[in-house]
Design a protein around this ligand. Structure first.
Ligand code: CTP
Ligand code: MG
Length: 179
């Protein structure tokens, strides 16, 4: 069980880290260009920026590459079951899916009347993971690495991890609010 949890966390690291990188790289022009949706509220809000999106994807891919190298050093084989190029593509899909899910989550939050930065349980904790999985599942080797157990555990463990990492980011003053 423990090794399975470790495996799930390891395999979802490139889904988790893009949002943290977006926090540090974000700012500037919002993706919705400041425009409103037909309901008169912002499409995504000021919390979704081009810089955060690009920085987040870059950060997620870097995370994966570091993991790939670490696997070689400590002698475990997960991402390194794939060729380096196939792994890079997987990291890109996981990261891009994660930030796309985060953006769709914000879109839904705005429609439900949540202000930017306001906490939305479940949505905040799973939007990024679900879309990360959906996008990455197009990768030819996705199901070789992500078994049904790993996917299920990821979905169960992630809300807890998400709270923990955001709390740490808050303590480090990277985030205004602890969620
Ligand atoms: N961020 C960004 N671009 C993104 C995603 C995140 O610039 N595509 C940055 C923003 O500074 C954002 C912070 O990371 O405020 C935290 O991200 P998140 O919690 O997803 O955004 P919120 O500000 O909470 O906004 P929302 O209510 O829309 O989730
Ligand atoms: Mg938020």
């Amino acid at each position: 069980m423990f090794t399975l949890i470790f495996k799930a966390i390891w395999l979802f690291m490139p889904s988790y880290t893009p949002n943290n990188f977006a926090v540090v790289t974000g700012g500037g022009m919002p993706i919705d260009l400041g425009r409103n949706f037909i309901d008169g509220k912002r499409i995504f809000g000021d919390g979704k920026t081009f810089r955060g999106f690009a920085g987040g994807i870059t950060g997620g891919v870097i995370t994966g590459v570091v993991q790939y190298k670490v696997e070689g050093i400590v002698g475990i084989q997960m991402f390194s079951l794939l060729s380096f190029n196939d792994a890079i593509l997987l990291f890109f899909l996981l990261s891009a899916g994660s930030l796309t899910g985060d953006m769709i989550g914000s879109f839904i939050k705005r429609r439900l009347g949540f202000e930017r930065g306001e906490k939305a349980p479940v949505l905040d904790q799973l939007d990024f993971l679900v879309f990360s999985i959906i996008l990455a599942s197009f990768h030819k080797s996705f199901f070789l690495l992500y078994s049904m157990e790993v996917l299920l555990l990821g979905i169960l463990v992630t809300p807890l991890l998400h709270r923990l990492t955001n709390f740490i980011a808050h303590l480090l003053r990277l985030k205004d609010v602890p969620w």
